[in-house]
Design a protein around this ligand. Structure first.
Ligand code: BEZ
Length: 222
């Protein structure tokens, strides 16, 4: 039988939790994670190890989307369970092979402290390397999204940008985004909103497909 303390140790992070803070060395110097995030949105994502092929393409892809992240007020930071010297040498390879410049921080996590804090090592997948975890953190430091991919599958960063657009929209307006939504497309009005509240909240109007399925043009967009 598990005791409370063991359950606490095993428990992982959930949406809405405060992203754990840490101080760590990185490829751009020492960082206090919460201080570094400031008022920005943040992405923290893990890589199984340095000098691995899929990770090389992922870090290159993120570097190429630098402007997209900046336009959305999102800071990105990566980690793998290797040290700074290894990260810095690997970044040269990434820049060369992916034709880009990685200038976002990659944390030193040779001691696996951050990976453990964020439950990024899944022993039944691998007991040393991290899986591909990704956390999106809002300016209030709460975790808004978590995804976990295995080492064998690289992430789709176009999807991550789409998710950020949805998270930022739904933080500001009383809508949700339907399946396969893309910016500019119609949104779902939250079920808690009464029909009589709609004109004030959604002056562009709405379509009632079913009483529980009401669509409105994306708010805040001309
Ligand atoms: C990779 O990043 O390429 C990778 C890492 C571990 C296992 C498989 C692929």
């Amino acid at each position: 039988m598990l005791h409370l303390k063991e359950i606490e140790i095993m428990s992982s992070l959930h949406l809405g939790d405060i992203a754990p803070n840490f101080t760590a060395d990185s490829t751009v110097g020492k960082i206090d994670f919460h201080q570094w995030l400031g008022d920005s949105w943040g992405i923290l994502f893990s890589h199984p190890a340095d000098y691995t092929p899929v990770c090389t393409t992922e870090l290159g892809a993120v570097a190429k989307y630098k402007v997209e992240f900046e336009q959305r007020n999102v800071k990105v930071a990566a980690l793998s369970v290797d040290d700074i010297d290894s990260h810095k040498a690997w970044v040269k390879d990434i820049n060369e092979t992916q034709h880009t410049t990685v200038d976002f921080p990659i944390f030193d996590d040779a001691d696996r402290n951050i990976a453990t804090l964020y439950d990024m090592i899944h022993p039944n997948a691998d007991d040393k390397m991290t899986v591909r975890s990704l956390f999106i953190i809002a300016p209030d430091k709460k975790i808004k999204l978590m995804i976990t991919y295995p080492a064998s599958t690289g992430r789709n960063f176009v999807e991550i940008l789409r998710v950020i657009d949805s998270l930022q929209l739904t933080a500001d307006y009383k809508v949700a985004t339907p399946a396969d939504w893309k910016p500019g497309e119609d949104c779902v009005i939250l079920p808690a909103i009464k029909n009589e509240e709609i004109p004030a909240l959604f002056p562009k109007g709405y379509t009632e497909i079913k009483p529980y399925l009401r669509m409105t043009p994306q708010p805040g967009k001309n």
